[in-house]
Design a protein. Structure first.
Length: 256
């Protein structure tokens, strides 16, 4: 099976390299082949590999290719059946990349929302620079990052979504969210639970294990599904005015 999959990938890649997609029908067929390549390149990868940019370099290259070409196709084609199919696969391309790319994750989890209900899309001009910096933080380019901006610019919302993304990427470790009061910590705890349990966001289409197995509103912790024996929970939420003793073995600290 593995050898068959590798051979199919090789043949599809060779065909894409040698063929010319002229006209909307040919472009539609090319997009179908790119999507099939994405499926084959995802199969057989472990949860750890799917979080690793280097292990998914080819997968991300084709997913990005699909995003760019698929977006142009939808804008130019008059074939509604083709447009609907490519739009569905376009969402899948964002979901595929969303495990490793924070911006793609933000777009994917709000795909099913009307524009006026989207957090990131309507603030992209302001937030995109921060999103890039947060990506560098998660990639290990930075050891720490501080973002300072006026009130109501989206810092808390973006920080909350970044923290949730880190939780989903590292369910076997412990993430620690610290903010100015216990009340605010409880709000962020509830906001993340609501997002994780909101079916419209399709979180488990990005992270199949991204569902809650335990939560506690009194102690403000969340445990996601994980094969790890780590006795600590996936995420803890505390205010600076609260007790942090013996809470965590934290890998992420977000202070808002």
């Amino acid at each position: 099976m593995q050898e068959d999959r590798i051979e199919k990938i090789r043949l599809l890649e060779a065909h894409l390299e040698s063929s010319r997609a002229e006209g909307l029908e040919a472009r539609y067929e090319r997009l179908s082949q790119i999507h099939l390549l994405m499926v084959y390149l995802t199969q057989g990868k472990s949860e750890r590999e799917l979080n690793d940019k280097e292990a998914c370099r080819e997968l991300d290259r084709y997913a990005m290719m699909f995003i760019e070409e698929g977006t142009r196709f939808i804008n130019e084609s008059n074939n509604q059946v083709h447009r609907v199919k490519i739009a569905k696969q376009l969402k899948e391309a964002y979901q595929v990349m969303g495990r490793r790319d924070f911006e793609k994750f933000l777009i994917a989890i709000e795909w099913n929302f009307p524009m006026d209900m989207k957090f990131y899309d309507i603030r992209q001009m302001v937030l995109r620079e921060w999103v890039i910096e947060l990506q560098r933080l998660e990639d290990g380019t930075y050891k720490g990052l501080s973002i300072s901006a006026p009130p109501r610019t989206g810092k808390t919302g973006l920080g909350t979504m970044f923290f949730m993304w880190c939780m989903l990427r590292h369910p076997d470790r412990s993430c620690f969210f610290v903010t100015h009061t216990a009340a605010m910590a409880s709000k962020v705890y509830n906001d993340i639970i609501n997002m994780l349990e909101d079916g419209k966001r399709e979180i488990t289409s990005i992270f199949p294990n991204g569902y809650i197995v335990q939560k506690n509103a009194e102690q403000n912790f969340i445990r996601l599904k994980s094969d790890s024996s780590n006795p600590y929970h996936t995420a803890y939420f505390r205010g600076i005015d609260g007790n942090m003793a013996r809470s965590i073995r934290g890998i992420v600290v977000v202070i808002l």
